[in-house]
Ligand binder design. Sequence first.
Ligand code: SF4
Length: 461
Amino acid sequence: MTSTQHPLHLRHDGRPPFPSEEVTQWKERITTYPYRNYLYSYPHKTAYRDLEPPVPLEPLWREEPAETFFLYMHIPFCGARCGFCNLFTLPDKRAEVHTVYVDALERQARQWAAFTGGKPFARFAIGGGTPSLLEPVQLRRLFRIAEDIMGLDFSTASLSVETSPETLSEEKLDILKEHKVDRVSMGIQSFVAAESAAIFRPQNPDTVYRALELLKQYDFPILNLDLIYGLPGQTMESWLFSLQQAMQHEPEEIFIYPLYTRDHTIVKPEDMRRQTDIRLECYKAAQRVLAEYGYTQYSMRRFAKDTARSGKTILDYSCQEEGMVGLGCGARSYTRNVHYASRYGVSRKATESIIADYVAAERYDTADYGIVLSLEEQKRRYILKAVLHSEGLKLADYSGRFTSSLWSDHPELNLLLQSGLALNEEGVFRLTPEGLGYSDSIGDWFISGNIREQMERFVLP
Ligand code: SF4
């Protein structure tokens, strides 16, 4: 019997269904407040702690089963801190600060190249922060480090670089083109000057249009634009205006983010409570508009044209993002069971001191801050990564990897099926279009008690 023929009166784990009142109450909890927590990684970095004793990196990477790796470089500098940003980044435009930072990243790469054992990289991304803030000479150095030290082959890896409108120049784009960058991503957030100003991101729309024109001339295989909805002062009309402006520039990919504010971000949650929350409405409107323009929805945030692919033959890489080698301060690295990074901070004082330690270090050969994933957490991570993506989770892949069934490990997932937020079709468990819109509250519901407790106990420096 296939899963689609499963008798309706039984759950997928063979037990009687959850009582309908329980399902109704559960669904109400999930849908009443969709923006609880944004899980762009699991476990979240605020659950990282000191690793005692520190984990030596050489044996950790030697034993990593992934056949190919993802190389990530983090540039933790921006022109200014945006009002909603809780990323690890420091507002610092000084070229000399960037130079010593890249020096440190190069030292780290020389040590790590020996650990990753010559396995190929299928993906390379430079993110931040704002990598395009770097002077051309430092930007070029990052590609040299990737190729000459880490052994990256630009012709078989997909390459992605994050940029911002005011930092783009022809000289920098020449460097990206020369190194066969496939995807250039630009954070715009809003085409309305007053909305950008309200999130402390001084951005003249003319600068954005100029940057978009410039990018068009370079014709990278994939242009990605980021927009945010639910900004202070934003209305449905102004949101649709920003979306339409983005559409005029025909990006192959677009990420739309609901605004999140936290106690330690510049724009505070209480600032947002003063206005009506239009995020769900904005999301639904964007879903409609983007479908009309021919975009396929891949997750709550990512929409892309089917043509959004590079012309290269890229090596396979597990979408589970294991084997992610993160160079630079603030970069996370993922092996199958250890996730690690430098310490996390948001305040200027904390980021400055963490970056100063990184730049002063001579050795980068142990992981002293992170989390060791139990089998239980590895399963949760696997489920979340697959289910919060439109492709969903292949039940056979899950049982092949963990030698157990999804339904016996997590019978509570039947709530998603019974509430209509997910379906089980041809052996694939996936969220419905409605369910995708609640990805954040579903993700937040599914994280383990242990991780939740650690995240909640986290005290920001
Ligand atoms: S949102 Fe992006 S550009 Fe703004 S401060 Fe954060 S990392 Fe920098």
